[in-house]
Design a protein around this ligand. Structure first.
Ligand code: TXA
Ligand code: MG
Length: 557
């Protein structure tokens, strides 16, 4: 069979209507048309035709005990195909047209082939204009599952449909990329409560806002594999869905850092023996944590709608390579995150691992407060430590790429003959120009942050302490689990600075005044180490106290 591909984008009105009419004619004569919706592409046949449903199952290679969704073009058509109770009807009216499917008692006009013999039918009214124009023109509801080969990731573009169904169906209507990218939310009213059967574009929070927390339930099959004695609501829920060809392992953990660290360790252990793919975020790639041909980004770490939009396309991208194993990270189980989690855990065949927690400690405080000595004591307890001041100085040393970058950013040659940064000249430049100072800070903080993260990832132990005097100024405060600050009164700090840096009191005072004060450090830290005396033993005791609190709290938490 030849599959006709018709684009609905950028065509004239006449052409558009011609394609929609052609598609409707195919449906009326019992054929199959793939069409765009805001969730994923659907593979449609008349919802009143048992034979149409059989053709769908055959084209997809789908087991016929997995029922189809019946699509309507307007909410008023619901009662043509089912007998809704009051609560179901209220849900339909609230969320349709939109990315939701509601299961209701079916009318006899819907054949058994469509519902796989169930006495209920799944009804959905898409929001997508192309979908509704097509269904409207057919003059009948359209039974449609996602337009992919059974078990493959759902299609979110006409290209994906082509990959799976070319030659097996009459027509593909191309409406561009699907906006949401994950299938609709499926719900049913169960004993008066709204039961979530599949999370999607309509979030649990939106449903709860309508039905109330106490009348909302999540079907267990969404989050974990059903045990042998648990009966699925319909056969389809037990199938392993959304799978790319490679094995997927989902990595859970307390923090995104922990998940990344787990994946990095696996990559290191593997030594390229197995082709391993990584599904990660833009930030991980920017920080050069993962790189190479097998790394795929789902977008920004906190942009769940972008991740939903890209997930299936990225899983298909993985399939185009020769990877045999893919690591993906768990999203939070709320909002759109629940839908993402559900698709990922199904793609993983419920294979989920929990990464060990790595404790990231920031040590901060004003100049002369004694951070360096406190860090040294922490290292005596076996905690790996790093000083970002020292790190910065090494980064701008001999033949330094960072020094070059700073020169470029400030539009001036600031290099010494050996390629290191000319610090005196740089200081002079930024002293006179606030904007240049800002630029210098942006470039240097970014470089320090990146190297600090890479250093923490490379630690064998499951903890690290980083001395970061400019913790908030550099935006690194969110890179740590705990913040410890060292405080001391001004007099103690003054004498320390004068003695250490061999400067006069006035200069030392200016340097103190240029920083955040102890009040700020105290208010924004989890632990405070008081270091007002010059007695090293006092400091040791204070550090020891914080050390035990940090590591015992971890164990209890
Ligand atoms: O967003 C979507 O819902 C897309 C687009 C094309 O509209 N369609 C879609 O269809 O995802 P499909 O076949 O991939 O998923 C249909 C699922 C079935 O696997 C089953 O879990 C559920 O809908 N379903 C259908 N009828 C049901 C019924 N009577 N009772 C319970 N679940 C049902
Ligand atoms: Mg599907």
């Amino acid at each position: 069979m030849e599959t006709k591909l018709c684009s609905l984008i950028g065509v004239s009105k006449t052409e558009y209507e011609k394609y929609i009419s052609e598609a409707a004619e195919i449906i009326k004569s019992g054929g199959l048309v793939a069409f765009p919706t805001e969730t994923v592409y659907g593979l449609g046949a008349s919802a009143l035709s048992g034979d149409g449903a059989k053709k769908i199952y055959a084209a997809k290679g789908r087991p016929s005990d997995n029922p189809l969704i019946v699509h309507i073009s307007k909410v008023e058509d619901i009662e043509k195909y089912c007998m809704p109770d009051e609560k179901s009807l209220a849900l339909c009216k609230k969320f349709m047209p939109g990315p939701i499917t509601v299961i209701m008692k079916k009318k006899p006009c819907i054949p058994d082939e469509v519902t796989a013999g169930l006495d209920t039918v799944a009804i959905r009214c898409p929001q997508d204009e192309n979908a509704r124009a097509f269904i409207e023109k057919c003059g009948v509801a359209i039974a449609a599952p996602s337009a992919n080969t059974s078990g493959r990731p759902s299609p979110t573009s006409a290209m994906h449909v082509c990959e799976d169904l070319n030659g097996k169906i009459e027509m593909i209507l191309d409406g561009g990329e699907c906006k949401i990218g994950l299938e609709s939310t499926i719900v049913r009213i169960n004993d008066g409560a709204t039961e979530l059967l599949r999370p999607g574009g309509v979030t649990p929070e939106e449903l709860i806002a309508v039905c109330g927390k106490e009348h909302f339930m999540i079907n267990p099959a969404i989050l974990q594999k059903l045990s042998d004695d648990q009966k699925p609501v319909c056969a389809g829920m037990k199938y392993r869905h959304y799978s790319p060809r490679a094995k997927v392992v989902l990595v859970d953990g307390e923090t995104d850092f922990d998940k990344n660290r787990f994946i990095l360790q696996k990559l290191k252990e593997n030594k390229n023996a197995e082709k391993i793919g990584v599904l990660c975020f833009d930030e991980d790639i920017e920080n050069e944590l993962f790189c190479g041909e097998y790394v795929f980004s789902l977008g920004k770490r906190d942009a769940f709608s972008e991740q939903s939009h890209l997930l299936f396309a990225r899983l298909r991208d993985c399939d185009k390579t020769d990877v045999s194993l893919i690591y993906a990270k768990t999203p939070p189980k709320s909002g759109l995150g629940l839908a993402l989690f559900n698709r990922l855990i199904k793609a993983a065949g419920f294979d989920i691992v929990f990464a060990e927690h790595f404790l990231r400690i920031a040590l901060t405080g004003g100049i002369g407060s004694g951070k360096g000595v406190a860090a040294k004591i922490f290292s005596e307890y076996g905690v790996p430590t790093l000083d970002t001041d020292k790190l910065y100085h090494s980064l701008i040393g001999k033949s330094s790429p960072l020094a070059k970058e700073i020169s470029r950013a400030l539009g001036e040659n600031l290099l010494m003959p050996d390629g290191s940064l000319d610090r005196k000249k740089t200081a002079k430049t930024v002293f006179a120009d606030k904007e240049k100072l800002l630029l210098l800070n942006t470039v240097s903080h970014k470089a320090v942050r990146k190297e600090t993260l890479l250093w923490m990832y490379s630690q064998e132990k499951n903890c690290a302490l980083v001395e970061v005097p400019l913790l908030w100024e550099s935006g690194m405060q969110s890179d740590f689990d705990k913040i410890v600050c060292v405080c001391a009164d001004k007099e103690a700090r003054l004498s320390r600075i004068v003695a250490r840096d061999n400067c006069d009191k006035e200069t030392a005072l200016l340097r103190i005044a240029a920083q955040k004060d102890d009040e700020f450090f105290r208010a924004n830290s989890d632990f405070v180490i008081e270091n007002g005396t010059s007695d090293r033993n006092e400091l040791k005791k204070a550090v020891s106290c914080v050390y035990y609190a940090l590591f015992n709290e971890e164990k209890q938490g």
